[in-house]
Design a binder for this molecule. Structure first.
Ligand SMILES: C[S@@+](CC[C@H](N)C(=O)[O-])C[C@H]1O[C@@H](n2cnc3c(N)ncnc32)[C@H](O)[C@@H]1O
Length: 225
């Protein structure tokens, strides 16, 4: 299945809003750290419902661009806002439809590892960022968060499983400085008492604690020279 087929189905069954609710637990902390200024132009890679751009517009960014490979995702995102300064387009991480040095910041939540060629995507991010521009790349699926590894079994699109170090190396290889890397715990998901397990696909309480409280979301911040 292609990105389009897989995620069009997610959008059609309301999973876009479901992801927004869950991802917001940690995405809001990532967004709060972004050094956006009034009038900045921001790209959201794999925008889903477009919630990140709606939130950043409240902080005064100029234009927000949401890119997604699934037309149904982009169509839903458009419906969720009447803000004319936010636009949604269908496109692929392989080739970003933006000119060189044209954006102040790029954000991505739970989407980057679906890129067919993630190093090329990083080069594309580097290309479209203005000097000093930032890439806030947030993922829940990464090597150290072992309980997430099984996710690949339930999704047809190939996912890249990098470690924290591999993210840093790839950012540098693509020409981005690594300004910060951090694991942001999800403190909002409720974790039941030990005797209630297995629940929600977690065999033990320890596994669920590992997924949400120990690891949560891996944030890697790149800066364009
Ligand atoms: C797991 S969802 C996350 C959506 C949103 N960022 C969020 O936090 O809820 C991943 C999104 O990335 C998009 N996507 C995946 N691979 C892509 C690619 N190669 N090019 C463009 N979009 C892609 C999917 O269509 C989907 O909307």
């Amino acid at each position: 299945m292609s990105v389009r087929e897989e995620f069009d189905e997610w959008a059609a069954t309301g999973k876009d809003r479901g992801m927004e609710d869950r991802h917001w637990h940690t995405a809001k902390h990532v967004l709060a750290r972004m050094p956006v200024e009034a009038g900045d132009d921001v790209l959201d890679l794999g925008t889903g419902s477009g919630y990140a751009l709606r939130a950043l517009r409240e902080r005064g960014i100029g234009r927000g661009y949401g890119l997604d490979g699934a037309p149904e995702m982009a169509r839903n995102a458009r419906e969720y806002t009447d803000d004319g300064a936010v636009g949604f387009a269908v496109g692929d991480f392989d080739e970003l439809p933006f000119a060189d040095d044209s954006l102040d910041h790029v954000f991505s939540m739970e989407a980057f590892y679906y890129a067919a060629d993630p190093v090329n995507t990083l080069r594309e991010v580097r290309r479209v960022l203005r000097p000093g521009g930032t890439f806030y790349c947030a993922v829940n699926y990464f090597e150290e968060s072992e309980t997430t590894h099984a996710w690949q079994e339930n999704i047809s699109v190939e996912m890249t499983l990098w470690s924290r170090e591999e993210y840093r190396e790839a950012f540098r290889e693509a020409g981005l400085y690594v300004a910060e890397q951090d694991a942001i715990p999800d403190r909002e998901v409720e974790i039941p008492d030990a005797e209630e397990f297995p629940v929600d696909g977690y065999e033990t309480r320890e596994a669920m604690v590992d997924r949400y409280r120990t690891w949560g979301t891996l944030l890697t911040v790149g800066v364009a020279p």
